[in-house]
Structures are given as C-alpha cells and as structure tokens.
Design a protein around this ligand. Structure first.
Ligand code: FES
Length: 129
C-alpha cells in the first residue's frame, strides 16, 4: 500500500548521535506534521549544541535546524530553504511538512549551520507537497 493511502507516515532518522538509540531510528507520524517538531519530540535535535539553546523557534530565520533529506524530499517552499537547497545546503527541518515517507540524516558534526554538500544532489526528483 502506498504512503498516500496510509494514515501514518514513516520517517527514518539516521545519524542521531544519541547514545541511547541505534544509528537508525524509525518512527511513524501523522501526515502533515512539522519535521522539526517531530525530531525534537523524539529527542533527536536537528541543532548543534549552541543553536539548540538559541534559535528562532521554527520561524525559518536562523537556519540552524538543517538536516539532509535522503529520501522523500519535498520541493522547498520557504525562501531561505529554496536558496539553501539550490546551493546544496541542508534543508530547514522547521520548514518541512511531512506528507510522505522520508529518510532524514541529522548532522551532529555541524557547529551552527552545517556545510554545503560536496556534490550537490539534483533537485529534479523532489516531490511537490
Ligand atoms: S529553527 Fe530557525 S530556521 Fe529552523
């Protein structure tokens, strides 16, 4: 059954840097939830240590909540996310509404924003939400 017909959406979270969980964590969520909120709820912060305490609270202003979307990436709609995606920077988790199964890779090694992807993925396979 495709994820479009199921009520629950599956999110695979990789590279959690959380010693209490495996490297890959799978959760099921309701369609339409905000990715940043789900990550925080699960105790898997998208932030580096300093921005974890000081950030914009999910308003799309600080760009510190970036994650890599390895599968199920949607077309960015927020202006900052569009620019960041175009130049190969992580996606803002606070600006992603989860409408389909996805695989998310956290970036625990980042200091604040996270580096540009060395070899940028094509955005031709992004899904519209
Ligand atoms: S939390 Fe500030 S841009 Fe996402």
């Amino acid at each position: 059954m495709g994820s479009q017909l199921r009520q629950k959406i599956r999110i695979v979270i990789k590279n959690t840097d959380n010693p209490d969980v495996d490297d890959e964590w799978v959760i099921e969520v309701d369609r339409g939830v905000n990715l940043r909120r789900i990550l925080l709820r699960e105790g898997m912060s998208p932030y580096a240590p300093i921005p974890k305490r000081i950030n914009c609270g999910g308003r799309g202003l600080c760009a510190t909540c970036g994650v890599w979307i390895e599968q199920g990436e949607s077309v960015p709609t927020h202006w900052h996310d569009k620019i960041g995606n175009r130049f190969g920077y992580p996606r803002l988790s606070c600006q992603i509404i989860v409408n389909d199964d996805m695989t998310v890779r956290l970036i625990p090694e980042k200091w604040i924003w996270g580096k540009r992807k060395p070899k940028r993925q094509s955005s031709s396979n992004l899904k519209s939400t």
